[in-house]
Structures are given as C-alpha cells and as structure tokens.
Design a protein around this ligand. Sequence first.
Ligand SMILES: NC(=O)c1ccc[n+]([C@@H]2O[C@H](COP(=O)([O-])OP(=O)(O)OC[C@H]3O[C@@H](n4cnc5c(N)ncnc54)[C@H](O)[C@@H]3O)[C@@H](O)[C@H]2O)c1
Length: 269
Amino acid sequence: MARVLRDGAFEGETHIVTGAAQGIGRAVATALAEHAAQVVLVDLDPGRLAEARDAIAEVAPVSPIVAAANVADEDDVKKAVASALEATGAINGVVNVAGITRDARIAKKSFDDFKAVVAVHLHGTFLFTREVAAQHWHPLFKANGNQPLDDGVNRFILNFSSVSARNGNIGQVDYTAAKGAIESVTKTTAREFSSYRARINAIAPGPVRTPMLAAVGDEGIAAMGRATLTGKIAEPEQMAAVICSLADPRISGYITGEILQVNGGMYLD
Ligand SMILES: NC(=O)c1ccc[n+]([C@@H]2O[C@H](COP(=O)([O-])OP(=O)(O)OC[C@H]3O[C@@H](n4cnc5c(N)ncnc54)[C@H](O)[C@@H]3O)[C@@H](O)[C@H]2O)c1
C-alpha cells in the first residue's frame, strides 16, 4: 500500500502484530514495515507466517521476523514476547489484531465456542499487554527509580474492538462480549501504563473485506456497504492507515485511552 506517513516514520522501532498472516493484521504489519518498523509477525501457522514475511520483505525496508503463537496460550505469548525482545532488544508497540468468529444465536451457542472466541480476542489481548509490561516496560520503569519513562521513546498498544461491541450483532454474543471487554481493557491499560508513557488505544472497525467476512457472501457484503454512509465496506489497508496514524506519536501523541470508531458512519456513537 502507499505510505501514509513520512519516509522511515518508525525507523529503529519494533512492533508486534498478532493475526498477521492474513486480513487486517497482514495489512497492518505491511504498513508498519513500509514505514521501516521491525515488525514481529504473530499467528498460528508457521507456513502462513513465512509466506507473509516473504511478501512483506519485498515491499518494506526491514524484513519482518516471525513468532508462531496461539495468542490465547499463556506460554506461547510469553515465548513470543521473549523471542521478540531477544531478537530486537526493545518493543515499542503491540497491535492486537488476532480474532475468530463462531457465529450462532444464543440459544444454540455452545459454551466451548463462546469460550474459544473470548479466549482469542480478550485473553490474547490481555496476555500480550501483560507480557510486554512484565518482560520489558515495567523493568524499565523500575530501573528508572519507579519514575515515569519520560525518555521520548514511542510506546503504544493498539487493540481491536468492533462496531458490534456497542451496536450488538445477532449471533455474536461471545464476540461482542469480548470486544466490549477489550474497550474496557484499553481504558484500564491506558491508566496503568501512563507510567511507561505508553499510549493505549483501540479501533472499532465496521465491516472490512477480509476472510473473516467470507461466509457473508456478495449480497451480504453489498448490504453491509449500504448500511454505511460511504456506500462500501472498508478495505484492510484503510484500517492499516488508521493504525499507522495512531502508532505515530507525531500525529497521535496526545491520544490515549481512546476507542476510535472506524465504521464509515454505519453506527454513530
Ligand atoms: N473483518 C471485519 O469486518 C472486522 C470488523 C470489525 C473488527 N474486526 C476485527 O479485526 C481483527 C482482524 O480481523 P480480520 O477480518 O482480519 O480476520 P481474519 O480472519 O481475516 O484474520 C484473523 C487472523 O488471526 C489469526 N488468529 C486466529 N486465532 C488466532 C490465535 N489463537 N492465535 C494467533 N492468531 C490467530 C488467524 O489465523 C488469521 O490470520 C479481529 O480482531 C476482528 O475481530 C474485523
């Protein structure tokens, strides 16, 4: 995609992106890498990760590194953050994108599916948030005499909610519960991590053209587009552009604890 920020905007920074093998996560990872971030791609399958890494390396000045991990697995997340730190020495940002859906109305929703959806979205977001603090930002804070990290280093976490967190969505009691909780997690994390001078925000997209929407079909996608004020669903690159702006302290240095609605006017908060 075309760069949206100045050349080399994230030069010297390391950004972890989960769910990076496809869809929005891949577009986000590509965009951050195009702005010279050292991106750490996290997803379930090493083969798909390698394919994403190779494709991004062709268009970005810095080749991504990969860390296969289930974001809902505590040990996997600990290891992914440790390996990113070992490889790069510092983590500037985490973008928690990984997600799944298991749509079914409440009466027919299995408890296993409910738990699986909450685990990937909410547990995954919490685990990456905790590990980057536990392994990296909190030790820096302690070494600084428990004083705020006013060192000018860019630090951020960007989480993924959804328009359906506030608007509700039939079949998605698990997904909307997790997304609503992620919005609250974002605010609490922003308060706690202010000592690290880390900015913590989330975006709440409307419908975006990714494999997650495959089951909706062409007519469903067209109907979703008509439900927006733009007439179309979004492309993953449009989410990536917003993420780049929120990651950039020159643009968003005074934004933290915010949930940005990026839904084409489908829902007006
Ligand atoms: N596509 C949309 O319309 C839409 C709308 C609002 C919000 N979102 C959110 O955006 C994010 C990305 O969605 P997408 O449409 O790109 O989805 P997608 O299904 O295209 O991609 C999700 C990626 O996450 C990975 N993933 C799933 N479970 C994982 C796990 N346990 N550990 C590691 N990786 C895992 C998958 O392998 C996949 O590569 C999700 O959080 C989703 O809820 C999407």
